[in-house]
Design a protein around this ligand. Structure first.
Ligand code: ADP
Ligand code: MG
Length: 388
Protein backbone atom coordinates (compact mmCIF):
# COMPACT_ATOMS: atom_id res chain seq x y z
CA UNK A 1 0.00 0.00 0.00
CA UNK A 2 1.27 3.48 -0.78
CA UNK A 3 1.79 6.18 1.82
CA UNK A 4 -1.56 7.88 1.09
CA UNK A 5 -3.37 4.55 1.52
CA UNK A 6 -1.58 3.96 4.82
CA UNK A 7 -2.61 7.46 5.95
CA UNK A 8 -6.26 6.70 5.16
CA UNK A 9 -6.11 3.40 7.03
CA UNK A 10 -4.42 5.00 10.02
CA UNK A 11 -6.42 8.20 10.40
CA UNK A 12 -9.68 7.18 8.74
CA UNK A 13 -9.78 9.80 5.98
CA UNK A 14 -7.85 10.76 2.84
CA UNK A 15 -4.74 12.98 3.06
CA UNK A 16 -4.83 16.33 1.29
CA UNK A 17 -1.55 15.68 -0.49
CA UNK A 18 1.69 13.71 -0.63
CA UNK A 19 5.17 15.24 -0.54
CA UNK A 20 8.68 13.83 -0.76
CA UNK A 21 12.18 14.93 0.22
CA UNK A 22 15.41 13.06 -0.57
CA UNK A 23 18.43 12.01 1.42
CA UNK A 24 21.78 13.28 0.18
CA UNK A 25 25.36 12.36 -0.24
CA UNK A 26 28.14 14.93 -0.17
CA UNK A 27 30.45 14.87 -3.19
CA UNK A 28 33.14 17.12 -1.69
CA UNK A 29 33.58 19.71 1.07
CA UNK A 30 33.52 18.05 4.51
CA UNK A 31 33.41 19.89 7.87
CA UNK A 32 33.52 23.06 5.81
CA UNK A 33 29.89 24.12 6.39
CA UNK A 34 30.30 25.43 9.94
CA UNK A 35 33.45 27.21 8.78
CA UNK A 36 31.19 29.16 6.38
CA UNK A 37 32.90 27.45 3.46
CA UNK A 38 31.73 25.40 0.49
CA UNK A 39 30.03 22.04 0.12
CA UNK A 40 28.72 20.11 -2.84
CA UNK A 41 26.03 17.56 -2.03
CA UNK A 42 23.68 15.79 -4.40
CA UNK A 43 20.23 14.40 -3.70
CA UNK A 44 19.70 10.63 -3.72
CA UNK A 45 16.77 8.81 -5.33
CA UNK A 46 15.90 7.67 -1.80
CA UNK A 47 13.19 9.82 -0.24
CA UNK A 48 11.04 10.39 2.81
CA UNK A 49 7.43 10.49 1.61
CA UNK A 50 4.75 12.14 3.74
CA UNK A 51 0.98 12.09 3.38
CA UNK A 52 -0.42 15.08 5.23
CA UNK A 53 -3.66 16.87 6.04
CA UNK A 54 -4.20 20.08 7.99
CA UNK A 55 -6.16 20.19 11.20
CA UNK A 56 -7.82 23.14 12.87
CA UNK A 57 -7.87 22.04 16.52
CA UNK A 58 -4.18 22.56 17.37
CA UNK A 59 -3.36 18.84 17.45
CA UNK A 60 -0.31 17.40 15.70
CA UNK A 61 -0.39 13.67 14.99
CA UNK A 62 2.75 11.96 13.73
CA UNK A 63 3.31 8.44 12.54
CA UNK A 64 6.11 6.64 10.71
CA UNK A 65 5.65 3.38 8.80
CA UNK A 66 9.27 2.55 9.52
CA UNK A 67 9.21 2.68 13.30
CA UNK A 68 7.40 0.43 15.68
CA UNK A 69 5.72 3.18 17.66
CA UNK A 70 2.12 4.32 18.01
CA UNK A 71 0.87 7.64 16.65
CA UNK A 72 2.48 10.51 18.58
CA UNK A 73 -0.15 13.03 19.54
CA UNK A 74 1.03 16.49 20.55
CA UNK A 75 -0.40 19.98 20.84
CA UNK A 76 1.29 22.56 18.62
CA UNK A 77 1.06 25.24 21.30
CA UNK A 78 2.75 22.95 23.84
CA UNK A 79 5.78 22.17 21.68
CA UNK A 80 8.99 23.17 23.45
CA UNK A 81 12.51 21.86 22.90
CA UNK A 82 12.69 20.94 26.59
CA UNK A 83 9.56 18.78 26.50
CA UNK A 84 10.96 16.51 23.83
CA UNK A 85 14.54 16.56 25.07
CA UNK A 86 13.26 15.17 28.35
CA UNK A 87 11.62 12.38 26.43
CA UNK A 88 14.91 11.73 24.65
CA UNK A 89 14.88 12.40 20.92
CA UNK A 90 17.64 9.86 20.43
CA UNK A 91 15.80 6.96 22.02
CA UNK A 92 12.74 6.31 19.93
CA UNK A 93 11.88 9.97 19.94
CA UNK A 94 11.86 10.12 16.17
CA UNK A 95 8.82 12.42 16.35
CA UNK A 96 11.14 15.21 17.51
CA UNK A 97 12.24 15.73 13.88
CA UNK A 98 8.84 16.59 12.36
CA UNK A 99 7.58 18.13 15.62
CA UNK A 100 10.71 20.29 15.68
CA UNK A 101 9.87 21.62 12.25
CA UNK A 102 6.37 22.58 13.38
CA UNK A 103 7.91 24.25 16.44
CA UNK A 104 10.46 26.14 14.29
CA UNK A 105 7.71 27.34 11.93
CA UNK A 106 5.58 28.47 14.88
CA UNK A 107 8.56 30.20 16.54
CA UNK A 108 9.24 32.09 13.30
CA UNK A 109 5.67 33.39 13.35
CA UNK A 110 4.15 31.16 10.69
CA UNK A 111 0.53 30.08 10.94
CA UNK A 112 0.80 26.38 11.77
CA UNK A 113 -1.10 26.42 15.06
CA UNK A 114 -4.06 24.50 13.62
CA UNK A 115 -1.96 21.36 13.59
CA UNK A 116 -1.77 18.49 11.12
CA UNK A 117 -1.98 14.74 10.67
CA UNK A 118 1.22 13.33 9.20
CA UNK A 119 2.09 9.80 8.15
CA UNK A 120 5.41 9.11 6.51
CA UNK A 121 7.60 6.36 5.14
CA UNK A 122 11.19 6.66 4.02
CA UNK A 123 13.61 4.75 1.80
CA UNK A 124 16.59 6.77 3.04
CA UNK A 125 18.80 4.43 5.10
CA UNK A 126 18.95 5.77 8.67
CA UNK A 127 22.19 6.48 10.45
CA UNK A 128 24.26 5.82 7.29
CA UNK A 129 25.29 9.46 6.98
CA UNK A 130 22.79 9.95 4.15
CA UNK A 131 20.60 12.42 6.03
CA UNK A 132 17.44 10.51 6.69
CA UNK A 133 16.83 13.11 9.39
CA UNK A 134 16.98 16.07 7.00
CA UNK A 135 14.65 14.26 4.59
CA UNK A 136 12.15 13.90 7.43
CA UNK A 137 12.41 17.56 8.38
CA UNK A 138 12.28 18.96 4.87
CA UNK A 139 9.31 16.87 3.78
CA UNK A 140 7.42 18.10 6.85
CA UNK A 141 8.38 21.71 6.19
CA UNK A 142 7.40 21.56 2.52
CA UNK A 143 4.06 19.91 3.21
CA UNK A 144 3.13 22.51 5.82
CA UNK A 145 4.38 25.32 3.58
CA UNK A 146 1.97 24.19 0.87
CA UNK A 147 -0.98 23.26 3.08
CA UNK A 148 -0.82 26.39 5.24
CA UNK A 149 0.16 28.61 2.29
CA UNK A 150 3.18 30.01 4.11
CA UNK A 151 4.93 31.17 0.93
CA UNK A 152 8.42 30.19 2.14
CA UNK A 153 11.22 29.46 -0.34
CA UNK A 154 13.12 26.17 -0.43
CA UNK A 155 16.22 27.69 1.26
CA UNK A 156 13.99 29.22 3.95
CA UNK A 157 12.43 25.81 4.60
CA UNK A 158 15.93 24.32 4.80
CA UNK A 159 17.06 26.87 7.39
CA UNK A 160 13.95 26.28 9.52
CA UNK A 161 14.54 22.53 9.28
CA UNK A 162 18.12 22.99 10.43
CA UNK A 163 16.86 25.10 13.34
CA UNK A 164 14.51 22.25 14.25
CA UNK A 165 17.40 19.78 14.33
CA UNK A 166 19.75 22.14 16.21
CA UNK A 167 17.41 23.63 18.78
CA UNK A 168 14.60 21.09 19.11
CA UNK A 169 16.20 17.70 18.47
CA UNK A 170 19.50 18.92 19.89
CA UNK A 171 21.86 17.90 17.08
CA UNK A 172 24.44 20.58 16.18
CA UNK A 173 24.41 19.96 12.41
CA UNK A 174 25.24 22.48 9.67
CA UNK A 175 22.74 23.49 7.01
CA UNK A 176 24.09 21.38 4.15
CA UNK A 177 21.80 18.37 4.59
CA UNK A 178 18.58 20.37 4.63
CA UNK A 179 19.69 22.61 1.75
CA UNK A 180 20.52 19.56 -0.36
CA UNK A 181 17.21 17.90 0.39
CA UNK A 182 15.23 21.09 -0.28
CA UNK A 183 17.11 22.58 -3.24
CA UNK A 184 18.87 19.85 -5.27
CA UNK A 185 17.90 19.21 -8.88
CA UNK A 186 18.13 16.09 -11.02
CA UNK A 187 21.43 15.58 -12.87
CA UNK A 188 23.24 18.17 -10.78
CA UNK A 189 25.34 18.60 -7.70
CA UNK A 190 24.49 21.58 -5.53
CA UNK A 191 27.26 24.08 -4.94
CA UNK A 192 26.40 25.73 -1.66
CA UNK A 193 28.18 28.69 -0.12
CA UNK A 194 27.55 28.19 3.58
CA UNK A 195 28.22 31.87 4.34
CA UNK A 196 25.32 33.42 2.43
CA UNK A 197 23.53 30.19 1.42
CA UNK A 198 23.81 31.10 -2.24
CA UNK A 199 23.51 28.05 -4.45
CA UNK A 200 24.40 26.99 -7.95
CA UNK A 201 23.31 23.84 -9.76
CA UNK A 202 26.47 22.27 -11.23
CA UNK A 203 25.87 19.74 -14.05
CA UNK A 204 26.77 16.26 -12.83
CA UNK A 205 25.28 13.91 -15.37
CA UNK A 206 27.08 10.69 -14.60
CA UNK A 207 25.12 8.46 -16.98
CA UNK A 208 25.88 10.68 -19.98
CA UNK A 209 29.58 10.25 -19.18
CA UNK A 210 29.36 6.47 -18.75
CA UNK A 211 30.16 6.83 -15.06
CA UNK A 212 28.66 5.76 -11.76
CA UNK A 213 29.03 7.14 -8.27
CA UNK A 214 28.65 4.28 -5.83
CA UNK A 215 27.58 4.82 -2.25
CA UNK A 216 29.11 2.28 0.10
CA UNK A 217 27.28 2.22 3.42
CA UNK A 218 29.67 0.50 5.82
CA UNK A 219 26.82 -0.11 8.30
CA UNK A 220 29.10 0.82 11.16
CA UNK A 221 28.85 3.80 13.45
CA UNK A 222 31.70 4.09 15.92
CA UNK A 223 30.87 5.62 19.23
CA UNK A 224 33.37 8.49 19.45
CA UNK A 225 31.42 10.27 16.68
CA UNK A 226 29.42 12.82 18.65
CA UNK A 227 32.17 14.20 20.86
CA UNK A 228 34.61 14.24 17.96
CA UNK A 229 32.37 16.51 15.90
CA UNK A 230 32.19 19.07 18.69
CA UNK A 231 35.93 18.78 19.25
CA UNK A 232 36.75 19.38 15.55
CA UNK A 233 34.32 22.26 15.47
CA UNK A 234 35.90 23.89 18.53
CA UNK A 235 39.37 23.30 17.05
CA UNK A 236 38.39 25.05 13.83
CA UNK A 237 36.98 27.99 15.75
CA UNK A 238 40.17 28.23 17.76
CA UNK A 239 42.21 28.10 14.54
CA UNK A 240 40.17 30.95 13.06
CA UNK A 241 40.64 32.95 16.26
CA UNK A 242 44.41 32.49 16.21
CA UNK A 243 44.52 33.52 12.56
CA UNK A 244 42.42 36.63 13.19
CA UNK A 245 39.51 35.66 10.92
CA UNK A 246 35.87 35.06 11.88
CA UNK A 247 35.77 31.74 10.02
CA UNK A 248 38.33 29.52 8.28
CA UNK A 249 36.53 30.28 5.03
CA UNK A 250 38.40 33.59 5.11
CA UNK A 251 41.83 31.95 4.75
CA UNK A 252 42.57 31.88 0.99
CA UNK A 253 44.12 28.65 -0.24
CA UNK A 254 47.12 30.56 -1.60
CA UNK A 255 47.82 31.78 1.94
CA UNK A 256 47.56 28.36 3.57
CA UNK A 257 51.35 27.89 4.03
CA UNK A 258 51.78 31.23 5.80
CA UNK A 259 48.64 30.62 7.89
CA UNK A 260 49.95 27.21 8.99
CA UNK A 261 53.29 28.78 9.93
CA UNK A 262 51.46 31.04 12.40
CA UNK A 263 49.87 28.12 14.25
CA UNK A 264 51.85 26.45 16.99
CA UNK A 265 49.42 23.70 17.98
CA UNK A 266 49.94 20.65 15.78
CA UNK A 267 46.31 19.55 16.00
CA UNK A 268 44.85 22.97 15.16
CA UNK A 269 47.26 23.15 12.24
CA UNK A 270 45.92 19.86 10.86
CA UNK A 271 42.28 20.97 11.22
CA UNK A 272 42.98 24.27 9.47
CA UNK A 273 44.85 22.49 6.68
CA UNK A 274 41.90 20.17 6.13
CA UNK A 275 39.24 22.89 6.03
CA UNK A 276 41.14 25.32 3.81
CA UNK A 277 42.26 22.58 1.41
CA UNK A 278 38.78 21.01 1.25
CA UNK A 279 37.24 24.39 0.36
CA UNK A 280 39.84 24.49 -2.41
CA UNK A 281 38.91 20.98 -3.53
CA UNK A 282 35.29 22.08 -3.88
CA UNK A 283 36.44 24.84 -6.23
CA UNK A 284 38.60 22.36 -8.15
CA UNK A 285 35.70 19.96 -8.58
CA UNK A 286 33.40 22.73 -9.77
CA UNK A 287 35.97 23.87 -12.32
CA UNK A 288 36.35 20.32 -13.62
CA UNK A 289 32.60 19.65 -13.79
CA UNK A 290 31.97 22.95 -15.56
CA UNK A 291 34.66 21.97 -18.07
CA UNK A 292 32.99 18.58 -18.58
CA UNK A 293 36.02 16.76 -17.15
CA UNK A 294 34.07 14.55 -14.80
CA UNK A 295 36.68 11.79 -14.61
CA UNK A 296 39.29 14.27 -13.44
CA UNK A 297 37.46 14.78 -10.13
CA UNK A 298 38.43 11.23 -9.08
CA UNK A 299 41.90 12.06 -7.74
CA UNK A 300 40.48 15.14 -5.97
CA UNK A 301 38.01 12.90 -4.12
CA UNK A 302 40.82 10.56 -3.08
CA UNK A 303 42.94 13.51 -1.88
CA UNK A 304 39.91 14.65 0.12
CA UNK A 305 39.83 11.26 1.81
CA UNK A 306 43.50 11.47 2.75
CA UNK A 307 42.85 14.87 4.30
CA UNK A 308 39.91 13.57 6.35
CA UNK A 309 41.93 10.53 7.43
CA UNK A 310 45.27 12.17 8.21
CA UNK A 311 44.47 15.79 9.08
CA UNK A 312 40.95 15.82 10.49
CA UNK A 313 41.25 12.19 11.64
CA UNK A 314 37.60 11.27 11.36
CA UNK A 315 37.91 8.16 9.18
CA UNK A 316 37.97 4.56 10.42
CA UNK A 317 39.25 1.20 9.24
CA UNK A 318 36.09 0.36 7.33
CA UNK A 319 36.00 3.67 5.43
CA UNK A 320 39.72 3.46 4.64
CA UNK A 321 39.21 -0.07 3.38
CA UNK A 322 36.46 1.04 0.99
CA UNK A 323 38.77 3.68 -0.47
CA UNK A 324 41.87 1.52 -0.80
CA UNK A 325 40.08 -1.58 -2.09
CA UNK A 326 38.04 0.47 -4.59
CA UNK A 327 41.04 2.37 -5.91
CA UNK A 328 43.13 -0.79 -6.10
CA UNK A 329 40.34 -2.41 -8.13
CA UNK A 330 40.35 0.41 -10.66
CA UNK A 331 38.00 3.06 -9.30
CA UNK A 332 38.65 6.61 -10.54
CA UNK A 333 38.53 8.00 -7.02
CA UNK A 334 36.91 7.46 -3.64
CA UNK A 335 36.45 9.10 -0.28
CA UNK A 336 34.51 8.83 2.94
CA UNK A 337 31.56 11.21 3.05
CA UNK A 338 29.62 12.76 5.91
CA UNK A 339 30.53 13.01 9.56
CA UNK A 340 32.95 10.08 9.67
CA UNK A 341 33.69 7.23 12.13
CA UNK A 342 31.51 5.00 9.98
CA UNK A 343 28.61 5.81 7.74
CA UNK A 344 29.22 5.90 4.00
CA UNK A 345 31.91 6.37 1.38
CA UNK A 346 31.52 7.31 -2.28
CA UNK A 347 33.36 5.68 -5.18
CA UNK A 348 33.56 7.08 -8.71
CA UNK A 349 33.81 4.31 -11.32
CA UNK A 350 33.45 3.69 -15.04
CA UNK A 351 30.04 2.08 -15.51
CA UNK A 352 31.72 -1.10 -16.77
CA UNK A 353 33.82 -1.28 -13.60
CA UNK A 354 30.95 -0.88 -11.14
CA UNK A 355 30.44 -4.62 -10.62
CA UNK A 356 34.09 -5.70 -10.34
CA UNK A 357 34.90 -2.77 -8.03
CA UNK A 358 31.87 -3.60 -5.86
CA UNK A 359 32.99 -7.21 -5.73
CA UNK A 360 36.50 -6.20 -4.67
CA UNK A 361 35.15 -4.01 -1.88
CA UNK A 362 32.90 -6.83 -0.62
CA UNK A 363 35.81 -9.31 -0.75
CA UNK A 364 38.07 -6.92 1.15
CA UNK A 365 35.40 -6.60 3.86
CA UNK A 366 34.98 -10.35 4.11
CA UNK A 367 38.74 -10.83 4.40
CA UNK A 368 38.94 -8.18 7.13
CA UNK A 369 36.07 -9.83 9.02
CA UNK A 370 33.83 -6.75 8.69
CA UNK A 371 30.06 -6.79 8.15
CA UNK A 372 29.23 -6.67 4.43
CA UNK A 373 28.58 -3.08 3.33
CA UNK A 374 25.54 -2.05 1.30
CA UNK A 375 26.47 -0.66 -2.14
CA UNK A 376 24.16 1.30 -4.45
CA UNK A 377 24.56 3.96 -7.17
CA UNK A 378 23.97 7.61 -6.26
CA UNK A 379 21.94 8.95 -9.16
CA UNK A 380 21.83 12.77 -8.78
CA UNK A 381 18.12 13.29 -8.12
CA UNK A 382 15.54 15.99 -7.55
CA UNK A 383 15.03 17.84 -4.28
CA UNK A 384 11.86 18.04 -2.21
CA UNK A 385 8.60 18.21 -4.17
CA UNK A 386 4.87 17.69 -4.04
CA UNK A 387 4.00 14.25 -5.39
CA UNK A 388 0.25 14.67 -5.61
P1 ADP B 1 21.10 10.30 9.33
O1 ADP B 1 20.41 11.62 9.18
O2 ADP B 1 22.52 10.35 8.87
O3 ADP B 1 20.37 9.17 8.69
P2 ADP B 1 20.55 10.81 12.08
O4 ADP B 1 21.03 10.18 13.32
O5 ADP B 1 20.80 12.27 11.88
O6 ADP B 1 21.17 9.96 10.87
O7 ADP B 1 19.00 10.61 11.92
C1 ADP B 1 18.44 9.33 12.09
C2 ADP B 1 17.18 9.45 12.95
O8 ADP B 1 16.14 10.08 12.18
C3 ADP B 1 16.61 8.12 13.35
O9 ADP B 1 17.20 7.66 14.53
C4 ADP B 1 15.14 8.47 13.56
O10 ADP B 1 14.94 9.09 14.82
C5 ADP B 1 14.90 9.52 12.50
N1 ADP B 1 14.37 8.89 11.27
C6 ADP B 1 14.96 8.80 10.06
N2 ADP B 1 14.16 8.17 9.17
C7 ADP B 1 13.04 7.86 9.84
C8 ADP B 1 11.81 7.18 9.49
N3 ADP B 1 11.61 6.71 8.26
N4 ADP B 1 10.87 7.07 10.45
C9 ADP B 1 11.07 7.55 11.69
N5 ADP B 1 12.18 8.16 12.07
C10 ADP B 1 13.17 8.33 11.18
MG1 MG C 1 21.04 13.39 10.15
Amino acid sequence: MDVAGQFAELYGYEPTGVWSAPGRVNLIGEYTDFNEGFVMPLALPHTAVAAVARRTDGVLRLHSADIDAPVAELRVDDLTPLALTARGAGQGGWAAYPAGVVWALREAGHAVSGGADIHLASTVPTGAGLSSSAALEVVTALALNDLCELGLTAPELAVLSQRAENAFVGVPCGVMDQMASACATEGHALHLDCRDLSIRQVPFDLAAQGLQLLVVDTRVKHELGDGAYAERRAGCEEGARQLGVTHLRDVPYAELPSALAKLTDEKIRRYVRHVVSDDHRVEQVIGLLDAGEVRAIGPVLTEGHASLRDDLRISCEELDLVVTSANTAGAIGARMTGGGFGGSAIVLVEEADADPVTKSILEAFTTAGFTAPRVFPAVPSAGARRER
